[in-house]
Design a protein around this ligand. Structure first.
Ligand code: NAD
Length: 306
């Protein structure tokens, strides 16, 4: 085992939904490595109901008893500016933001209601927006910031019964990508993790023997690394569970280039559809940074014969 040398002295870390599950694990780690913590938790049920202050208070008192520094905040992430205000009022700065709060309202799409959709999007997506938007000017002014957004396998691959959750979680990947591009010149690095861990979120969905190896403590190392001042990683997407970590990127087929004239018809698409979707001879990992080089392709198309 290599020694953990990452320290967070003089750093202020804000963690949403830190009253339980993964957020609580992160909080204990950062506090034990010298950081001051804002423990945000709305204290709601899995479905996002019956708010209470007790979850955040409990974690704060555990951290303080262990000799650490932490304050509680009980706002919903939908009121993100209050969470960042707590950090500024208590510690005068904010360095790391971990957007972790979450709820589930799983139902097959046909049974989903407007309220299910709105609540899930408000907490996961609007919540991450509100807290990050409040922290962003502070990060820019101090030329330092680390943001971790939390997606899910459902947000990457989709999952039965999770239309709202997977839509909100997928949006967080694009949110991270854009913020990583806007933030990099200010040393604001933004990454996205997709964890799997035993918590109240998963306790009824997986067998106990699997849950045993999915201790939330195994999600901490990648989150801590991506939050540290020494990292240069940004715009990444990482799956992590039970000691496994990977990195995900898009795969592109090579695609087909058509001359943009009257020969470019639906029938032409039909005749070359297998070429369009052929990943075997493809441009698997683009060497350009932000997607397809459309200008280059247009030039190629103009010189093609119909
Ligand atoms: P959890 O239910 O144990 O913890 C989530 C916490 O968020 C709770 O303490 C809850 O009170 C709080 N919360 C809910 N709504 C809030 C709001 N509006 N404002 C502030 N706090 C709020 O869940 P967890 O398993 O620790 O999940 C943490 C994050 O990881 C979530 O975003 C979840 O979607 C994601 N995730 C977890 C898993 C997993 O396997 N556990 C898998 C994929 C993604």
């Amino acid at each position: 085992m290599s020694e953990d040398k990452l320290r967070f002295d003089n750093r202020v870390v804000v963690i949403t939904g830190a009253g339980g599950g993964l957020g609580k694990m992160y909080a204990h780690y950062f506090a034990s490595r010298g950081a001051s913590l804002v423990i945000n938790d709305y204290g709601v049920s899995l479905k996002g109901e019956s708010a209470s202050s007790s979850a955040a208070d409990k974690v704060v008192s555990e951290i303080i008893s262990a000799g650490g520094r932490a304050v509680a905040n009980y706002d919903s992430v939908e009121d993100g500016e209050n969470i960042i205000k707590t950090a500024m009022d208590s510690f005068g700065r904010v360095d790391v933001l971990i957007n972790n709060a979450g709820i589930l309202r799983d139902k097959s799409f046909i049974k989903s209601t407007d309220r299910d959709w709105d609540l899930v999007c408000q907490v996961h997506l609007n919540g991450a927006f509100k807290v990050t938007h409040a922290a962003w000017p502070i990060f820019r002014a101090q030329k330092f910031g680390r943001v971790i957004n939390t997606t899910s396998p459902a947000g990457i691959y989709g999952n039965f019964g999770q239309a709202s959750y997977s839509a909100a979680k997928h949006a967080l990947i694009a949110f991270s990508d854009t913020l990583s591009q806007e933030g990099s010149k200010y040393n604001i690095l933004v990454n996205c993790i997709s964890p799997i861990a035993a918590s109240r979120l998963t306790e009824t969905t997986m067998p106990p023997e699997i849950l045993k190896v999915l201790d939330p403590k195994y999600v901490v190392p990648i989150v801590a690394y991506l939050s540290h001042e020494s990292t240069s990683a940004t715009g990444g997407l990482y799956e992590t569970a039970g000691g496994y970590i990977n990195s995900i990127r898009w795969e592109l087929s090579k695609g087909a280039v058509f001359k943009p004239d009257s020969s470019f018809t639906p029938a032409a698409v039909k005749s070359r559809y297998s070429e369009i979707t052929d990943f075997t001879s493809g441009n698997k990992y683009p060497d350009f940074k932000h997607g397809v080089d459309y200008l280059g392709l247009m030039k190629q198309a103009m010189t093609q014969s119909s």
